[in-house]
Design a protein around this ligand. Structure first.
Ligand code: ZN
Ligand code: ZN
Length: 232
């Protein structure tokens, strides 16, 4: 009811060009202007990775390795670069709390994965958890909103934050960011032997994804594909 009246007073607008919209978060023009990637990336150096043979149920996605950094704990799937309408979607979700922007990002992530090799079956889809303090401030975890639009089968409790950290955006070098998040995650026992899709809104230094992936590996996860709406 409240949403209905808010729509009357403040019409819904495209988060990028501010055009009035009947539904959703992006207008058709801005949606069409979004450029999606068509490869996976090395989680450490962001080199584009060749896709392997296509296997049923998207299982090929978990066979991709980084020849340049084979010991990095995850392979990165970033659907877009952090710019234009995608950047507007991520900012609208995180800072203006526009949940429809998260639904749009999740749908885009799904399209990206389907282009790469099909939606994988038998995986755990795990959003990167927020600290309890950030969660209280924002009221929701943006990574979980995206994950729930990406798949109906989300396992948010598999990974938890065991201590609060400083916001990564306030820190400088990658080493400083890695120190900030080191050992801040802990994985549950249900991760053992599973392929995991780790989901976040945007990847910048990759330090948070690295700490999360290491915790999953420590818990016995098999292969980890980290999916982000965008890479900065
Ligand atoms: Zn627009
Ligand atoms: Zn590399």
């Amino acid at each position: 009811m409240l949403d209905f009246f808010l729509d009357l007073i403040l019409p819904r607008r495209c988060v990028h060009c501010r055009r009035i919209l009947p539904a959703g978060a992006l207008c058709a023009g801005c949606r069409a202007a979004v450029m999606a990637h068509a490869t996976l990336f090395c989680g450490r150096c962001r080199a584009r990775l060749p896709l392997g043979p296509s296997l049923p149920d998207g299982r090929g996605l978990f066979r991709v390795r980084s020849p340049c950094h084979p010991h990095h704990p995850y392979v990165l799937g970033a659907a877009h670069d952090y710019q234009g309408p995608v950047k507007s979607l991520i900012c609208a979700l995180k800072f203006d709390l526009v949940r429809d922007a998260g639904a749009e990002l999740g749908a885009m992530l799904k399209e990206y994965v389907e282009v790469l090799g099909g939606f994988p079956a038998d995986v755990l889809a795990v959003p990167v958890p927020l600290s309890s303090r950030r969660l209280r401030e924002r009221g929701f975890n943006q990574a979980e909103i995206i994950a729930r639009a990406f798949t109906t089968d989300v396992s948010p409790s598999v990974l938890r934050r065991v201590r609060n950290t400083k916001p990564q955006s306030t820190l400088g070098a990658r080493e400083e960011r890695l120190r900030n998040v080191a050992d801040c995650f802990e994985a549950g026992a249900d991760v053992a032997g599973q392929n995991v899709i780790l989901i976040d809104d945007v990847v910048t230094s990759g330090a948070t994804l690295q700490a999360a992936a290491l915790a999953l590996k420590h818990g016995g996860a098999k292969a980890i594909l980290a999916l982000a709406g965008a890479k900065a």
